[in-house]
Design a protein around this ligand. Structure first.
Ligand SMILES: CC(C)(COP(=O)(O)OP(=O)(O)OC[C@H]1O[C@@H](n2cnc3c(N)ncnc32)[C@H](O)[C@@H]1OP(=O)(O)O)[C@@H](O)C(=O)NCCC(=O)NCCS
Length: 208
């Protein structure tokens, strides 16, 4: 586990196998555009309602780079930080109340089923609780989306609510929106995701 702070840019977070950092315009590749438009990848995401051509993606990335106060949009990179395989996002950070929601995608076709989403979510939980000082993270998924449910559960999130028949599923059914949450005090950093974890240095520590 390694976190390199780069204020006002997002930090670079290294977990066991992944690098999490901001996505720059230079990272927008044809492969990235392709998975943002792949019906199978986006079937549980809001972006499925609108095609994502390069100009829209570019505008989104530029907006995210400008605002690192209210949202954090991280790219997930494997191959020693070289290949963009997904994203993990805190789309709305509420600093007054100390919470944020979290969402994730593993879009690269060669990257799914390797535990990457679980590892990336773990890295962001660590950063959100121990560096940003947030008290709570929450997320949501479509009823029946088992992979998403597993990623949250493996990170210690528990089901906190169910908004009945709130969402329109990709197959036209109405399904529940399952809400999950995790408190800072419940989060147990795991070396199997993060690698060796350095001791935390308190920012209030008196340094002579
Ligand atoms: C959901 C998603 C992020 C999972 O990414 P991933 O890197 O493959 O996830 P992980 O490998 O970390 O873990 C997935 C878990 O779900 C399980 N899983 C996957 N598909 C499953 C299914 N159809 N039924 C039951 N469990 C399933 C896996 O076995 C694994 O659990 P395990 O470690 O206990 O075996 C990825 O498939 C994705 O991006 N989907 C599209 C976007 C999306 O839906 N994002 C979530 C929005 S909340």
């Amino acid at each position: 586990m390694q976190i390199r702070l780069r204020d006002p840019r997002l930090p670079v977070i290294r977990t066991k196998r992944l690098v999490l950092r901001d996505i720059t315009v230079a990272d927008i590749s044809p492969a990235y555009i392709a998975w943002l438009n792949d019906p199978e990848t986006v079937k549980y995401l809001e972006i499925r309602f609108r095609r994502q051509p390069p100009d829209i993606v570019r505008k989104y990335i530029e907006d995210r780079l400008k605002d690192t106060i209210n949202s954090h949009h991280f790219g997930i990179y494997d191959q020693n930080g070289q290949r963009l395989v997904g994203t993990v996002t805190l789309p709305r950070i509420n600093r007054r109340h100390g919470y944020a929601d979290i969402s994730f995608v593993i879009g690269h076709p060669e990257a799914s089923g390797k535990g990457y989403a679980s590892e990336a979510v773990h890295g962001i939980c660590y950063y959100a609780f121990f560096h940003m000082g947030l008290t709570k993270l929450w997320g949501g998924y479509y009823e029946g989306h088992e992979a998403s449910a597993r990623v949250f559960a493996k990170n210690g999130f528990s089901v906190e609510g169910c908004l009945r028949k709130k969402l329109l599923s990709y197959d036209g059914r109405r399904v529940d929106h399952i809400l999950v949450g995790l408190l800072a005090e419940e989060f147990k950093p795991a070396e199997k995701y993060l690698g060796p974890i350095p001791p935390l240095v308190s920012i209030d520590e008196d340094v002579p």
